[in-house]
Design a protein around this ligand. Structure first.
Ligand code: HEM
Length: 204
């Protein structure tokens, strides 16, 4: 898929905001979103955005601070998904993942993305909150730790928890979201991720 960003700052902001709305909106908990549902979000979201003041168009306020910044690597990764290799290994209490690319720009986007998402955990600032697995991961962020190490071509991530229910979420996110997104790109990002089988939301 090729995608050219508009030249003007406002144009880029509008486009990225629309893209963010599309990627972030999945159907509510447990209810599988169809592409039609997502299309409806796009249809209702886009005209509304035209009428928004510039600050809202830039994403701050509407989607929280840092959203536009975080969306660039996310979009870049989805657009370059076919240049990404990924391996997920179960370890006690979680996963170890290796995500790499032979393209140095893509490798750098992977590293930036992981740092940005870890920072979101620290700030308690959810993303893709209507996807049940993402919502639960952010709700339980205090029970998980995400450590990373840059390696040639990308990054190695160790994501663990002492809570077995959170381990289920971590594994589901790694395999059923990130690995599928790396394989399929944008079309995967348009679908929510089912909660892992047997998952019971832990008490806070
Ligand atoms: C091809 C696309 C993508 C790639 C290659 C990618 C890569 C990664 C990697 C390597 C991690 C560290 C955890 C792990 O390895 O399992 C991660 C975590 C994360 N990603 Fe992505 N990602 C992609 C798409 C997205 C999208 C579309 C979103 C949201 C809109 C997103 C949000 C997150 C969040 C919130 C985390 C931290 C949560 C966690 O690890 O539990 N990612 N991603």
């Amino acid at each position: 898929m090729t995608f050219n960003l508009p030249n003007s700052r406002a144009g880029r902001a509008a486009l990225l905001t629309g893209l963010a709305l599309a990627l972030l909106a999945c159907s509510p908990a447990g209810e599988p979103a169809s592409n039609r549902g997502m299309a409806r979000t796009m249809q209702s979201g886009m005209p509304m955005m035209r009428d928004m003041p510039q600050g809202m168009m830039a994403g701050e306020g509407m989607m929280g601070p840092g959203m536009m910044q975080d969306m660039r690597p996310i979009h870049g990764l989805l657009a370059s998904h076919d240049k990404i290799q990924r391996r997920v290994e179960d370890i006690p209490n979680g996963v170890r993942t290796i995500t790499t690319s032979k393209d140095p720009e893509v490798a750098e986007m992977i590293r930036t993305h992981v740092r940005q998402m870890k920072a979101r955990y620290s700030r308690g600032q959810p993303i893709r909150n209507m996807d049940p697995v993402f919502r639960e991961l952010f709700r339980n962020r205090h029970k998980a730790s995400l450590d990373y190490e840059d390696i040639p071509g990308g990054i190695r991530v160790t994501h663990t928890s002492d809570d077995p229910q959170v381990v289920l979420l971590i594994r589901q996110h790694a395999r059923r979201f990130v690995s599928e997104a790396a394989k399929e790109g944008m079309s995967r990002a348009m679908r929510p991720t089912p909660l892992p089988e047997g998952y019971r939301a832990p008490a806070r």
